[in-house]
Design a protein around this ligand. Structure first.
Ligand code: NAP
Length: 345
């Protein structure tokens, strides 16, 4: 028996990935797709400028795109994946939760709210139970669960492995982020071809705060953020998909590069349909991971790391994840699978 799901903001970069990933998913069946007023009333094929290198799944192509409000989504839909711009998500997602839908969202609104679980299922699955606190406080029958920003998802799994081994004290990170991270209309070709842009609005702050919430501990009532200091510098580069990051991690206890590599390699994955067999792929070659070569490891759900070495600023490593798969749509689907496994659907 599959769970009926909807996608709000279904026509954009992340929405298309959600459509692609959900078509073969054994647990979920897409029953509703929504987008802006400009797209509402059109068939999905007509509304979405499909830019993925597999065809639009037949069962969605002729589906009518609905306006993005709870009344346009059938009642038997239990789970709604949200890939709306955050300004729209902020207004619309609570209305869906109030109407009884469980929302698994990519948008950055509410990620730092005290009663909203921010989850990477392999890293902090226990934080999902913050839903009980949320329902008590907000009186919702539904629930709101967030996955982190794509650049944060890339570095947190290797950092979690190091934290378990030697306790993180300070993290510095410089990113090289793909253009798909800004959505289809995010960066113009005239800006990015033959160029690199050393600033991505609000991205640094997201990395600095979301990573501390994800690595924090949940005591049944609240999440206590990790006290690690995180400093981020974010850069846009002309790759299509895959965020590469250079990370320096200073730890309380000593940890050798080989012990850190072993901890990353051994960090467990989960037995959910979208979890990769290997959560973190560790490369010995100093020039890996690379976006074009390594972003589709584990069907785009594996995070890769390499170049692990000691430096005066602590342990240094490079890491990479596919930003619209592991960093967005795949992360939401995985949270949906965790919600199902934990009895929230
Ligand atoms: P996008 O390509 O711009 O797509 C936005 C979607 O929202 C489209 O379906 C659009 O519909 C819809 N929409 C826009 N305004 C709306 C409105 N007023 N009412 C209803 N629907 C509206 O953006 P994206 O890159 O997919 O990102 C979606 C969200 O995921 C954002 O919050 C982003 O920050 C987050 N995110 C993105 C990535 C990434 O790698 N791209 C990673 C992590 C998180 P129309 O087609 O009708 O305009």
């Amino acid at each position: 028996m599959t769970v009926s799901v909807g996608i709000i903001g279904a026509t954009g970069a992340v929405g298309q990935r959600l459509i692609q990933l959900l078509a073969p998913n054994p647990e979920f069946e897409v029953e509703a797709v929504t987008a802006s007023e400009d797209s509402a009333g059109k068939s999905y094929r007509e509304a979405a400028k499909w830019r993925i290198d597999t065809p639009i799944p037949d069962e969605v192509a002729e589906m009518e795109v609905a306006p993005t409000d709870p009344e346009s989504v059938p009642d038997d839909v239990q789970l709604v994946f949200s890939s709306l711009p955050s300004s729209v998500g902020e207004a619309v997602e609570p209305a869906f939760c109030e109407a009884g839908y469980v929302v698994s969202s990519n948008s950055s609104n509410a990620r730092r709210d005290d009663d909203v679980p921010l989850t990477i299922p392999e890293i902090n699955p226990d934080h999902l139970d913050l839903i009980e606190v949320q329902r008590d406080e907000r009186g919702w029958d539904g629930a709101l669960v967030k996955n982190p920003n794509c650049s944060t998802i890339t570095m947190v799994p290797p950092l979690a492995a190091i934290d378990e081994e030697a306790s993180l004290e300070r993290v510095e990170v410089a990113t090289l982020q793909a253009v798909s991270g800004a959505g289809y209309s995010g960066v113009s070709s005239m800006e990015i071809i033959d160029n690199a842009i050393p600033h991505i609005g609000k991205e640094e702050a997201k990395m600095e705060t979301e990573s501390r919430k994800l690595l924090g501990t949940f005591d049944g009532a609240a999440v206590h953020w990790h006290d690690v200091d995180v400093a981020a510098s974010c850069n846009r580069i002309p790759t299509i998909d895959g965020h590469l990051e250079n990370v320096w991690a200073d730890t309380v206890e000593d940890v050798s590069p080989s012990a850190a590599a072993d901890a990353m390699d051994a960090y467990p994955s989960l037995d959910l349909p979208s979890s990769p067999d290997q959560l973190i792929e560790v490369f010995e070659e100093p020039d890996r991971p690379q976006p074009r070569l390594d972003r589709t490891l584990g069907d785009g759900m594996t995070v890769s790391a390499g170049g692990i070495q000691e430096t005066p600023s602590g342990l240094q490593f490079n890491c990479l994840a596919h930003n619209t798969l592991r960093g967005a749509a795949g992360a939401s689907v995985l949270n949906g699978e965790l919600l199902l496994e934990n009895g929230y659907l």
